[in-house]
Each structure stands twice: as C-alpha cells, then as structure tokens.
Design a protein around this ligand. Sequence first.
Ligand code: MN
Length: 207
Amino acid sequence: MATQTAPFQLPPLPWPENALDPVISANTLSFHYGKHHRAYVNKLNELVQGTRFADMTLEQIVKESAGKDQKVFNNAAQAWNHTFFWNCLRKEGGKPSGALASRIDADCGGYDAFKQKFADAAVNCFGSGWAWLVEKDGKLDIVATSNAGTPIAQGQTPLLTLDVWEHAYYLDYQNRRPDYAAAVIDKLLNWDFAAEQLEKAKQRKAA
Ligand code: MN
C-alpha cells in the first residue's frame, strides 16, 4: 500500500466486521468502513485523476495537499486516517509493554495518565476530529486534530488514533462520546501496532 498510486483501493479491514462487537458494532462498521471510508477513497480517486497528485502515494498526497488543496487533502487524509485507525483496534485490546511502556511512563506519566489524557483529547475535540498518540521532537505526546487533520502532515509520527466524528459512535452510543472513548481505550487499542510504528520511526531516523 505504501508505494501504491491512484486509483486507490479500499484496504480490507484487519478483522471481520463483527469482531469489535459490542464496543463497536458490526452495524457501525458497515457504515463507517463500508460507506464513509469507501466514499473518501472513491472521491479521492475522482479528484486526483489527471492532476499532479496522480503519480503520488497516498501519504505523499496528504503531505503535498496540506494547506494547498483542501478538497484533495480532506479526502486523502481521511482515507489515510481511517486505514490507520482500523489497524489501531483489535478485539483482544491490551496494554503497552516493553520499550513503549517505558516511553508512556516517561513522557505521559504512566498508563493511567495516558488513558485519562487520551480520553480528554477525544472528548474535548470540538466537533469532528481525531485524538492521537504521536511521537514529535523525540517525545510521545497526545494531540487532537480537527476534521481530516492528521499528524503526518505536520511531521509527527502517529502511534494510535481514535476517530471521534459522530459517524464513529452515534449508532452505538448516540451523544455519549465519553463512553465510546473510554470503552475503546480500555478494550480495543492495539498496542503491538503502536509499538511497530515507533520502531519503524526509529529505523527511518537511523537510515
Ligand atoms: Mn470516521
């Protein structure tokens, strides 16, 4: 996927649509993945056809369109963010371990403090957006982005994200975004995926 150019395909989910039930229902995923994510990919393919973006990877399009071409950026970033988000989730959940756990302790004040800060970022993100655990300037941090905003456009390395657009939770939680955030953070976060992102960033820096 990293080297692919348009037309982009909707990547398959890393698990069956009912795998995250009841924290995120199959019904929610059928709309969120099957309709919303698919629409961003389709719209992006329409927009980039015959443009300077046609020969770029998805990540390059996100970076090159940021602050310059809002329509392309919105659809490219949403296509990228959603694929990343699905990989941040798994039915087994878990907790950080090893080197990543040490970084969470050092930079976020421990796992419990991380959970609180990440939930706060999710709940306090006004309107639509995303909460993120990122590495920036050599430290882990928790940030929120609005709408399609994504840390990869700002030179940061995302490790985990939580989609807090209403389409991510409204069918299961209605207006209760705090309940959705707490449940996902407690039960679904894929810390092995987060650790892989940190390791890849380290290898990129060493290269
Ligand atoms: Mn979404």
